[in-house]
Design a protein around this ligand. Structure first.
Ligand code: NAD
Ligand code: SIN
Length: 471
């Protein structure tokens, strides 16, 4: 039987935060369909004006918004504030991206009329969001989709319904019409029904590879629906020679443990050349031991908060034990101080001698270390995954980075920078199990509109120059 109610609890306390009914899909579709023509046909400048007003609304409500994100996800308040800043920043970036990537062009030609290139909205888009950035990531699809003239039905993660509702309310407070952007609450069932609905013209998904693949299969016989998949990663951070051990350790810690490891771009595998192993591994461990894990509003602020829920914490703890049972050697055990709450300590395991390293995304504070002989082996190990979201090289010189960049199979390839913290002003997406070549962020404009070529004349003017009998 499908769910009728959604309940969200604060991971850090276990208290109920939000409760509501599962939304009515047919009603949402009808409202979007009624709003579609007016919204899509008004001048783009007016739509831009309204999304700018949305940014102002979010600015006005920034602190309660950040507090809600912190409460519903368990991430520290300082980090929730950066998420709200990203929501605001998305608006101007998306306005530039629309003009840059999907603008209009006219090529005048007296004889053949005017050749024009313009872009049209797809119609009604479904946006499916994850829980780790419950505002910033769906917003990264919603804002460009609205600017391009689409109506949006947004289904937030069932783990973060309150943040989803708050985000959509900010659009309505900014006077974006109710039918143009709607929040449809529900779990995977309602997500499936939304994706398959015949009046949905596009699906913009951010979440796990498992769900993304299921959606891709469902839409295989429906090629007319545009589908953008932003999925997970099993991201490598490769450590070559460098004298800057402290900086390298900080970069590795940021990559693996920010947001309690719940970032799609988090480093899951630290691949270390033999010559650096005895320096970098103790330095990373020493720093990881100092990281404060605590509740979102603690003073002083913690480095990381909870993972999303107890079920996820159970799964991660079991995964750590499973890695050990396959030959992984613990460097830092995963600890869970309170069995009833999903606080996990950062954990590190030496996976070098494991019989069979599973190529899966372990979405939490768990870093696997793999020792390799040299840079060539490191590159092979970094690419030893079906995913391809982000990869970083620490140390080495420009030629090493050039080789790493050329050989890495990933959508984000960094040097002496963390694997995460991607910029909204650049394209953001991966290959393999991480995405379907429709990157988001700056390139989101591309999948929110389609190009239409026209040749145009104010009056019909035509003649057949060849193949006619005399009159
Ligand atoms: P999830 O896949 O479980 O759920 C994402 C959304 O899809 C939710 O709204 C969910 O209800 C819906 N859903 C689930 N199954 C569905 C189906 N069969 N049909 C339609 N909708 C369905 O993801 P999550 O656990 O909420 O988020 C964590 C995952 O998201 C991680 O794998 C992480 O790497 C990934 N992620 C990717 C990016 C990116 O941009 N590449 C960014 C953030 C998170
Ligand atoms: C994410 O989308 O999960 C993380 C983005 C980033 O930090 O690069």
């Amino acid at each position: 039987m499908s769910q009728t109610q959604i309940v969200s609890t604060e991971p850090a306390t276990g208290n109920e935060l939000w409760r509501g009914e599962v939304g009515d899909l047919d009603e949402a579709i009808e409202r979007a369909n009624n709003a579609r023509r007016n919204w899509g046909q008004q001048p783009v400048g007016q739509r831009m004006e309204l999304v700018r007003r949305f940014a102002n609304e979010v600015r006005k409500q920034a602190e309660p918004f950040a507090e809600l994100i912190a409460r519903e996800t368990g991430k520290p308040l300082w980090e929730a504030r950066t998420e709200v800043e990203a929501v605001i920043g998305k608006v101007e970036i998306s306005i530039s991206a629309y003009a840059d990537r999907t603008g209009q062009k006219k090529l005048n030609s007296a004889l053949q009329g005017t050749a024009a290139l313009r872009h049209k909205p797809h119609g009604i888009m479904a946006v499916l969001g994850p829980y780790n950035f419950p505002a910033h990531l769906p917003n990264g699809h919603i804002v460009p989709a609205l600017i391009a003239g689409n109506c949006v039905i947004f289904k937030p993660s069932e783990k973060t319904p309150a943040v989803g509702e708050f985000l959509v309310k900010c659009f309505h407070d900014a006077k974006v019409p109710q039918g143009v952007i709607q929040c449809l609450q529900g779990g995977a069932d309602i997500g499936k029904a939304l994706v398959e609905h015949w009046m949905i013209n596009g699906v913009l998904f951010t979440g796990s590879a498992r769900a993304g693949i299921a959606i891709n299969r469902k839409l295989a016989s429906d090629p007319g629906k545009i589908l953008a998949l932003e999925m997970g990663g099993n991201n490598p951070i490769v450590m070559l020679d460098t004298p800057k051990i402290e900086d390298a350790a900080v970069t590795i810690i940021q990559s693996a443990f920010t947001t309690a490891g719940q970032r799609c771009t988090a480093a899951r595998r630290l691949v270390v050349v033999d010559s650096m192993f005895d320096q970098i591994v103790p330095a990373v461990k020493k720093l990881a031991e100092r990281l404060i894990v605590g509740e979102p509003f603690a003073d002083p602020q913690p480095f990381m908060g909870t993972v999303i829920d107890n079920q996820t914490a159970d799964l991660l703890s079991e995964s750590f034990v499973a890695l050990m049972s396959r030959g992984g050697k613990p460097i830092m055990h995963m600890k869970r101080p309170d069995e009833n709450l999903p606080f996990l300590s950062p954990s590190i395991i030496d996976a070098t001698d494991m019989d069979d390293r599973p190529d899966i995304e372990l979405f939490g504070p768990l870093l696997q270390v793999i020792r390799v002989a040299d840079f060539n082996e490191a590159i092979m190990e970094a690419n030893n995954t079906r995913y391809g979201l982000s990869a970083s090289l620490i140390g080495g010189g420009p030629q090493d980075f050039e080789l790493f960049w050329n050989e890495s199979r990933a959508g984000i390839v960094n040097w002496n920078r963390p694997t995460n913290g991607a910029s909204s002003a650049a394209p953001f997406g991966g290959i393999g199990l991480s995405g379907n070549h429709r990157p988001a962020a700056y390139y989101a404009a591309d999948y929110c509109a389609y190009p239409v070529a026209s040749t145009e004349m104010e009056q019909p003017r035509a003649s057949l120059g060849i193949g006619l009998r005399d009159q």
